[in-house]
Design a protein around this ligand. Structure first.
Ligand code: BV8
Ligand code: ZN
Length: 262
């Protein structure tokens, strides 16, 4: 574990005593659960798949079947994944800030909620929810329908909206699509009020999520970054610990729990 800016013995107790804490996570938090990140060299999704074709509304309009099947491929990987020690450490961190704690995630895998995190804001949606591309109505698909042989045979891929007959799509935020207004507004509000902001496992490359650490820092929060490589956040974080979230977070939260008891 390389530490660029270690949390010193004066700052750590102070960090434990603040009234409000926000955590922002990216794909790096789920990497140790076996879910590929987006921008890691070789293994990242965008180094193997075409972002424009697969994660934009234009790409879906051009080839709904290709996009639907790519998300079915990702759902199969995520269904097999379980929360890792990083997710569970964030559940314990939430317990240290009973008054005001928010976990803002860019991830669509649902693993924070599965691990037991309560105040989760899913900025980019959730891969297990679906909606209609035409009328935006939520669409409930029976577990086995989405990828069933029956469906494949009927060539009805993607499934059709029962309300208007439009194509069903995953309820995630694609590029060039606005984030859910309530999610981004709440995220900016909590980031601008919190006194401690942890940013974990994100390349901080995607906006508007990438602006949240700046919002927090400008508002006076203590900014702690945990990542396997430096990012644009590193330049202005108070503390940066390089390494795997599943190894660093449990140790950091354990030390914070000791200070919180005293
Ligand atoms: C919008 C879909 C407007 C779901 C995703 C300002 C400046 C520049 C560009 C823009 C801007 N504002 C808007 C844009 C355009 C664009 C954008 O940001 N482009 C960037 C790439 C230049 N943003 C948008 O289009 C957004 N929409 O702004 O709309 C609008 C308003 C009104 C009307 C119309 C439009 C929408 C952005 C959301 C896009 N959707 N995903 C899905 O299929 O997943 S983005 C995708 O990237 C994921 O959601 C992902 O979460 C997100 C961010 O990536 P990361 O999570 O950070 O993952 P990454 O692989 O990059 O990094 C992982 C990190 O973890 C690495 O640093 C690695 O070192 C580290 N790591 C790896 N293993 C570990 C680890 N760390 C710790 N432990 C480990 N074990
Ligand atoms: Zn519809």
């Amino acid at each position: 574990m390389a530490i660029i800016k270690a949390i010193d013995e004066i700052s750590l107790p102070r960090l434990c005593k603040v009234s409000s804490c926000v955590v922002m996570t990216g794909a790096g938090v789920s990497a140790e659960s076996g879910i590929p990140t987006f921008r890691d060299a070789q293994t990242g999704l965008w180094s193997r798949f075409n972002l424009q074709e697969l994660a934009t509304p234009e790409g879906f309009e051009a080839n709904p079947r290709r996009v639907w099947e790519w998300y079915e491929y990702r759902r199969r990987i995520i269904k097999k994944a379980s929360p890792n020690p990083a997710h569970y450490a964030l559940v314990r961190l939430e317990g240290l800030f009973p008054k005001e704690f928010w976990l803002i995630t860019q991830n669509i895998d649902g693993l924070h909620a599965s691990a037991g995190s309560k105040n989760v804001i899913e900025l980019h949606g959730n891969i297990f929810r679906n909606k209609c591309f035409r009328c935006s109505a939520p669409v409930e698909l029976a577990e086995d329908v989405a990828g069933s042989a029956e469906l494949q045979k009927r060539e009805e891929i993607p499934p059709r909206c029962p309300r208007c007959g439009g194509n069903v799509r995953p309820d995630v935020v694609w590029f060039n699509e606005p984030l859910p207004g309530e999610c981004i507004d709440k995220s900016i509000k909590h980031s601008s009020r919190c006194k401690a902001f942890f940013v974990v496992g994100t390349s901080a490359a995607v906006y508007p999520a990438a602006q949240l650490p700046t919002v927090a820092r400008r508002a006076g929060a203590c900014l702690v970054e945990i990542n396997t490589e430096p990012t644009p956040v590193t330049d202005y974080a108070d503390f940066t610990i390089l390494g795997k979230a599943g190894e660093i977070l449990p140790k950091l939260v354990e030390r914070m729990e000791q200070f919180s008891v005293t």
